[in-house]
Design a protein around this ligand. Structure first.
Ligand code: ATR
Length: 276
């Protein structure tokens, strides 16, 4: 019988995950189907129970349900619990297990394009929201030695670092401090919404002092090259947008559901094509 998968969120109409996953099912000869489900917050519990009842095998979770879904699941992977957000749910032993593949997807894409081991690199993370938390905790769980955080609201950055269960050195900085000390960093990771509509002409900090050859990764992929990435490139930095993260978080979910690895380049092409 055809195996059912999907994604729940509100809004959900513009999700590119269905195209990506359905193409991977076809490519690998798997009789599966991935459906977007528009689920409002008030209906989240009913949706999660209903999907179990009708035999859905696994699903993705997106805004605004990534944290709210946690008490509705049967087991939660330790890294997802630490991050405090679930983006992938897998049917295991008849129950739902929650995982977070956002952080792992980001780190896989970073390792692939950054070159060399990450462990000894000096990392600056810009932002302290949900995406920053997933990335910081995953990097810390993978033994990166030092991660500094720059954020508009310092307390949020401090609390993110303090509540990390994995040991990692680092300090919390204002944006101005980070700008002045930018030459110290090998890797700069941008996780705020600055650079996306309506802040398309803005960058979270000036990159005048960046080290040539530093690696700058922005988790935004629409626009394809944010102002920050354009400026960093002009300064001789190597750059990466958020496409790899998006594709890898999907690929890692797909692997958990099917045990098979999809074609990453094909997935990336599908997203690029959709973005036009
Ligand atoms: P997400 O879950 O997508 O990471 P979020 O939790 O709302 O989103 O976090 C947004 C991040 O972008 C935060 O670091 C936020 O800074 P604050 O902690 O100071 O709120 C940052 N951010 C958003 N808009 C910003 C702006 N106009 N200027 C500076 N930082 C901004």
């Amino acid at each position: 019988m055809r195996k059912l998968f999907g994604v729940i969120g509100d809004p959900i109409a513009h999700s590119m995950s269905p195209l990506m996953h359905n193409d991977a099912f076809a490519q690998l000869g798997i009789d599966g189907y991935y459906q977007p489900f528009h689920v409002k917050s008030a209906d989240l519990a009913a949706a999660v129970h209903g999907m179990k009842a009708i035999g859905v095998q696994g699903f993705n979770v997106t805004i605004p349900h990534k944290t709210a879904i946690m008490p509705l699941l049967d087991q939660i992977d330790p890294l997802a619990k630490a991050i405090g957000a679930v983006n992938t749910v897998v049917r295991e032993n008849g129950g739902w297990t929650g995982y977070n593949t956002d952080g792992a997807g980001f780190v896989q894409g970073l390792r692939e394009e950054c070159g060399g081991p990450l462990e000894d690199k000096r990392v600056l993370l810009i932002g302290a929201g949900g995406a920053a938390r997933a990335i910081y905790y995953t990097l810390a769980s993978e033994k990166v030695n030092q991660i500094d955080i720059a954020n508009r609201t310092l307390e949020k950055a401090a609390s993110l670092a303090e509540s990390c269960p994995y040991s990692v050195a680092g300090t919390v900085k204002t944006t101005q401090e980070a700008e002045a000390e930018l030459a110290a960093y090998d890797i700069i990771i941008q996780t705020t919404s600055i650079g996306m509509l309506p802040l398309i002409e803005a960058a979270p900090l000036s990159v005048e002092n960046i080290k040539p050859g530093a690696f700058v990764s922005d988790i935004i992929y629409n626009p394809f090259e944010t102002k920050l990435l354009q400026e960093a490139k002009k300064q001789g930095a190597r750059i990466q947008n958020g496409l790899k993260m998006f594709v890898y978080q999907g690929a890692l979910a797909f692997e958990k559901w099917t045990g098979q690895t999809p074609d990453i380049e094909r997935m990336a092409d599908i997203v690029r094509h959709q973005l036009g």
